[in-house]
Write a protein that binds this ligand. Structure first.
Ligand code: HEC
Length: 124
């Protein structure tokens, strides 16, 4: 089992290098949802990645901005997870005047990073 975990971790590490992300590779729970949520949080809070805190009060984030609404009760507001993803991928569809970065459309984040991000945001 330990051996399996190690080889899985090195596989994830290789993929992480290949995709050019700067996330740390989790050594435990590499296969369950929790680690994806942790990766998503790192992306959301990362100043060079999602940087969602610039505009949104969320989770335990420090010094948030308030240009956008607080990201709370996301499952209640977005029962359909795909709609939440679409909102983050390109907010200008719902609001052409949106001040929010179209993270997917403008390739600020990769599709994989957006998947992790949505997994995390949906827990808020
Ligand atoms: C430059 C400011 C800015 C940044 C950075 C930003 N947002 Fe937003 N966001 C907004 C604004 C403004 C709105 C309000 C709706 C609109 O105008 O599009 C919004 C709306 C949203 C909504 C819809 C909320 C609702 O209740 O309808 C979600 C979800 C969201 N943002 C997620 C994110 C995530 C996740 C990130 C980081 C990856 C992020 N935002 C980064 C400004 C921002």
């Amino acid at each position: 089992m330990t051996k399996y975990r190690k080889s899985l971790a090195s596989l994830v590490g290789t993929l992480t290098l290949l995709t050019g992300t700067i996330l740390t590779v989790p050594t435990v729970n590499a296969v369950d949802g929790a680690s994806n949520i942790e990766k998503g949080k790192a992306i959301a809070f990362g100043r060079t990645q999602g940087n969602c805190l610039t505009c949104h009060v969320m989770d335990n984030g420090e010094s948030p901005g308030n240009l956008g609404p607080p990201l709370i009760a996301m499952k209640a507001r977005f029962p359909d997870k795909a709609k939440l993803r679409a909102q983050i991928w390109d907010p200008t569809v719902a609001n052409p005047e949106s001040a929010m970065v179209p993270f997917g459309k403008h390739k600020v984040l990769t599709e994989e990073e957006i998947d992790y991000l949505v997994d995390y945001i949906w827990t808020l």
